[in-house]
Design a protein around this ligand. Structure first.
Ligand SMILES: [Zn+2]
Length: 104
């Protein structure tokens, strides 16, 4: 089983179904669309920081509500912010354009 498909099983757990439902109930609108002044119903509970298969991060990591379009288009996120949010193993953002890296 590849690493990717083992993460996939996380999304089938009752725990995740509950957490996803709760997130979408509390934040029913797509966050990225809202930032552009557009109201869109969110359908995806997305991890703000990639959990990379870490069960703890998957369970406890901060979530954001997104519509399918925004979720499938991380490119749009980069366009909006100018950088990616991916965090490296040292806890530092990977993208050299991330504000945290500009002072390095
Ligand atoms: Zn959206």
């Amino acid at each position: 089983m590849s690493e990717q498909s083992s993460w996939h099983a996380f999304y089938g757990t009752a725990f995740w179904q509950r957490r996803r439902q709760l997130q979408l109930r509390e934040h029913p609108l797509c966050k990225f669309c809202l930032e552009r002044g557009v109201i869109t119903k969110a359908t995806v509970a997305d991890h703000v920081q990639p959990h990379k298969g870490d069960w703890n991060k998957f369970c406890l990591g901060e979530l954001q509500s997104l519509c399918t379009d925004c979720h499938n288009s991380s490119k749009r996120y980069v366009e909006l912010r100018g950088y990616r949010m991916d965090i490296g193993d040292d806890g530092w953002p990977l993208d050299p354009n991330h504000p945290a890296n500009r002072h390095r």
